[in-house]
Design a protein around this ligand. Structure first.
Ligand code: ADP
Ligand code: MG
Length: 660
C-alpha cells in the first residue's frame, strides 16, 4: 500500500486554522469581515476572558439561507467566488471559504441566522469541527455567531496566547481600525459587559476619526480630498497561481482609475513608528510596502529620517487592479501597476502637504487643569496599537505588567499602553517662563477695562500663514541666530540657518533639474584621499557629482581632485560635502530612487552652504532672507524636517494677556 494519504477534512481544517486563526483577534477579524461582506450596518462584538471563553458577533446583514448555514462549514464553501476568473476581481473581504470551518474546528461554535427570503432561521451547533445540532429558530434577519472555548482542543496553541490585556488590546485595535474604514456603520465592542468601543454611524471620515482619536489630533490633520488618477499601462498581470488554469485573462482596459482620499498629518506631527498609518485598499485594511514607501517619499525632506506621519488613506480602484490573494490573512496585496500607483499616491500626498503648509505655533504652556494627565479613552489607545496581521504573535511586543498604568492592571482596563510617542520638535525653549498661565484659572478676566486692540485686520483670526509670511516686518535678531518679525497673524521667530537651508535646497534642486547648477571654479584643486569603499561609490556617482557642480577627476591611486563646486559653498565645506555625498551614496543609492537621492544631495549642499547661527545679519540681508523664504515652495520646514518658523499667534497673545 502506498504511503500517501488524503487528509481528512477535519485535519485539513485544523491546518488551515493554524494560518487563519492564531488568536482571538483573528477570529474577530474573520467574523467581522463576514458581517461587512453581508452588508451589515450595525455590528456588535461581545467578549469574555479576552475572547478565550467567548467571542459573540451580531450583525444585521443579509443572513444565510438555512441550507447555506450548514454548507458554510464545509471546507472551501463560499458564496463570494464561483470561478477561478473571479479571483482576479475580488470585491469582498472574504473569498477563501476557510474561516468558518477553521474556526469551528478549534472551538465550540453556534451560528444563528436568518435571511429575508425565509420565514424561519437556522441554528447550527458545532464543536471541534463536528456538527452537533441543526434546528429551526425564529429570529430577526441577520447573523449571530458565538465562538466559545477557543483552542479547547488545541492546547499547544493556547500556550502561545499572551496576557488578557494584550489579546483584548488586539481585538480593540482591530475593531477600531475597521471602524475607520466604515464611517457609516455602527461598531460596538464589549468585554464582560463593559463598553470598550461604541461608535455611531457618521457621514464623514473626519467625524469618525474624531470619534476614534479624539479632538487633539484633529487640528493637525489635512484632508486629502478625493482625487482620481489614471494609470495607463499594459501588460496584463495574471497572478502566477492562476496563470496555469485561467482560460482567458479579462480584456485589458486602456486606462484604469484610482481614487485616493483620507486624512494626513502635517510634517510637524512626527511619530517614531508606523503605527499611526492606516491604509485601506478597496475597504480592506492592509500593510503594503508600495503604499508605505509612497507615503514616506511624500514626506521626504519635510520630516526627519526615522519619523512617520499620521495617515488614514483610502485607495479605491477596480478590484482587478489588486491581487488580494497573497496571504491567508489577506493583509497584503499586490498591485498590478505598483510603481504607477506608488508615484501617484506620493504626488497626491505631497501636493496636499504643499498646499496646506501649516506653520508651527509656539505651544502655550498648558493651564494647570489641562496639565493633569488625562487618560486617553480605550479606543485611542487601541488605535495606536500596531496593525500586525492580528495573528502574528511574534510581532506583538508584550508590555510587562509592571509597566502598565495602574488602572490597567488587575484586569480593570484591558489595554497595553502602546501610545506612539511624538517627538517634541517644536517645543518652545525649556526655560520659557510661564507666569501668565499659572494665574489663568484663578484670575478673574475683565477684558474690556483694558481696552481692545486697534488696527487688527477684521479677518485677523483667519489670516493665511503664507500670506502673513509674505509681508513680515523684521524687528531684529535674537542671539544673532533667530529673526524676530511682526506678522499680520502674530509674532514670528525664524531660525536663520534652516530658513536659508530651505531657500538653497529648493534653488539647487531647481537648478539641478534644469541642468544649470551655478558653479565656482577653484583656484587650487582640492585633493581628496578616498577609502576603497568611497572609491567604489565615487566611480558610480562621479557624473552625478559633476551635475551638482563638483567637477572632479581621478588623481592617482584612490585620490581625486575637485576643480569646481556649486556657487556659495565655502572652500572649507567642499571636502565635507563630497564625503557626505559619498556616504549618502553608500547608504541610500541602492534602495532609494534617483529623485530621493537628488533631494538628499541637495539637502547636504544646502545645509553646508547656508548661513550659520551665531552670525549677525545686516537688515538688508534679513529682508532678503524673508523674501526668499516666502517665495519657497515649502517654507515651513527645513529639508531635514525641522521647523523653520515659530509663530506666537495674535489669538494666543490676546489669550495669554486675558484680552479674549
Ligand atoms: P468566505 O468569507 O471566504 O466566503 P467564510 O468561511 O468566512 O468564507 O464564510 C463562508 C460563507 O458563509 C460566506 O461566503 C457567506 O456566504 C456565509 N457567511 C458567513 N458569515 C456570514 C454572515 N455574518 N452573514 C451572512 N453570511 C455569512
Ligand atoms: Mg470570511
Amino acid at each position: 500500500m502506498g504511503r500517501i494519504r488524503i487528509l481528512s477534512d477535519n485535519v485539513a481544517n485544523k491546518i488551515a486554522a493554524g494560518e487563519v486563526v492564531e488568536r482571538p483577534a483573528s477570529v474577530v477579524k474573520e467574523l467581522l469581515e463576514n458581517s461587512l461582506d453581508a452588508g451589515a450596518t450595525e455590528i456588535r462584538v461581545d467578549t469574555e476572558n479576552a475572547g478565550r471563553r467567548l467571542i459573540r458577533i451580531q450583525d444585521d446583514g443579509c443572513g444565510m439561507l438555512r441550507d447555506d448555514a450548514m454548507l458554510a462549514f464545509e471546507r472551501h464553501a463560499t458564496s463570494k467566488l464561483s470561478d477561478v476568473k473571479d479571483l482576479l476581481a475580488i470585491a469582498t473581504l472574504g473569498f477563501r471559504g476557510e474561516a468558518l470551518p477553521s474556526i469551528a474546528s478549534v472551538s465550540r461554535l453556534v451560528l444563528e441566522t436568518r435571511s429575508d427570503e425565509e420565514q424561519t432561521g437556522a441554528r447550527v451547533e458545532i464543536a471541534g469541527g463536528k456538527m452537533l445540532k441543526c434546528d429551526e429558530i425564529a429570529r430577526p434577519r441577520g447573523t449571530t455567531i458565538s465562538v466559545r472555548d477557543l483552542f479547547f482542543n488545541v492546547p499547544a496553541r493556547k500556550k502561545f496566547l499572551r496576557s488578557d490585556q494584550t489579546e483584548l488590546a488586539h481585538i480593540g485595535s482591530l475593531m477600531t481600525h475597521y471602524s475607520l474604514g466604515h464611517a457609516n456603520k455602527r461598531f460596538e465592542l464589549y468585554h464582560e459587559g463593559r463598553e470598550l468601543l461604541n461608535v455611531s454611524p457618521v457621514e464623514s471620515l473626519r467625524e469618525r476619526a474624531f470619534q476614534v482619536f479624539g479632538s487633539e489630533i484633529m487640528q493637525d490633520l489635512i484632508d486629502v480630498r478625493t482625487r482620481t488618477f489614471e494609470v495607463r499601462l499594459p501588460p496584463p498581470y495574471v497572478p502566477p497561481h492562476i496563470r496555469a488554469s485561467a482560460e482567458q485573462p479579462p480584456a485589458e482596459p486602456d486606462v484604469t482609475e484610482f481614487a485616493l482620499e483620507g486624512l494626513i498629518s502635517g510634517p510637524h506631527v512626527q511619530k517614531l513608528n508606523r503605527n499611526s498609518i492606516f491604509l485601506f485598499v478597496n475597504g480592506r485594511l492592509i500593510r503594503d510596502k508600495v503604499l508605505l514607501h509612497a507615503l514616506s517619499a511624500a514626506y521626504h525632506n519635510l520630516m526627519p529620517v526615522g519619523c512617520y506621519p499620521f495617515a488614514l488613506l483610502f485607495l479605491n480602484c477596480d478590484p482587478s487592479e489588486v491581487d488580494v490573494n497573497v496571504h491567508p490573512s489577506k493583509t497584503e496585496v499586490r498591485f498590478r501597476h505598483g510603481s504607477a500607483v506608488h508615484d501617484a499616491v506620493r504626488d497626491a500626498v505631497r501636493e496636499m502637504l504643499m498646499e496646506s503648509r501649516p506653520v508651527s505655533n509656539i505651544p502655550l504652556p498648558a493651564s494647570p487643569v489641562a496639565q493633569r494627565r488625562t487618560e486617553p479613552p480605550l479606543v485611542q489607545r487601541a488605535a495606536a496599537l500596531p496593525f500586525s496581521e492580528y495573528s502574528a504573535i511574534s510581532e506583538m511586543e508584550e508590555a510587562p505588567v509592571s509597566e502598565l498604568p495602574a488602572e490597567t492592571q488587575g484586569g480593570a482596563l484591558p489595554v497595553v499602553e502602546v501610545v506612539t510617542p511624538v517627538v517634541p520638535t517644536q517645543s518652545w525653549p525649556a526655560a520659557a517662563p510661564a507666569p501668565v498661565t499659572v494665574a489663568t484659572t484663578t484670575m478673574r478676566r475683565i477684558p474690556d477695562t483694558h481696552g481692545g486692540l486697534d488696527g487688527l485686520p477684521s479677518d485677523w483670526e483667519r489670516v493665511d500663514s503664507l500670506e502673513a509670511l509674505r509681508d513680515l516686518r523684521p524687528l531684529g535678531q535674537l542671539h544673532d541666530s533667530f529673526i524676530v518679525a511682526a506678522g499680520r497673524d502674530g509674532l514670528w521667530i525664524i531660525d536663520q540657518h534652516v530658513a536659508h537651508e530651505r531657500i538653497l535646497f529648493e534653488q539647487v534642486l531647481r537648478q539641478r533639474a534644469a541642468g544649470n547648477v551655478e558653479i565656482q571654479q577653484l583656484l587650487m584643486p582640492i585633493v581628496l584621499q578616498l577609502t576603497p569603499g568611497q572609491e567604489f561609490e565615487y566611480a558610480r556617482i562621479a557624473e552625478e557629482l559633476n551635475a551638482y557642480g563638483f567637477e572632479t577627476e581621478p588623481f592617482g591611486q584612490r585620490t581625486i581632485a575637485i576643480k569646481s563646486s556649486p556657487a556659495g559653498v565655502g572652500p572649507g565645506d567642499i571636502e565635507k560635502i563630497v564625503f557626505e555625498i559619498l556616504e549618502i551614496a553608500e547608504s541610500e543609492f541602492r534602495a532609494a530612487s534617483l529623485e530621493e537621492i537628488r533631494r538628499s544631495v541637495c539637502a547636504t549642499i544646502a545645509c553646508r552652504a547656508a548661513i550659520k547661527i551665531n552670525m549677525r545679519l545686516e537688515p538688508k540681508k534679513i529682508d532678503w532672507l524673508l523674501r526668499a523664504l516666502s517665495a519657497c515652495e515649502y517654507p515651513m520646514t527645513c529639508p531635514h524636517g525641522r521647523p523653520i518658523a515659530l509663530r506666537y499667534s495674535t489669538k494666543d497673545i490676546l489669550k495669554s494677556f486675558h484680552r479674549i
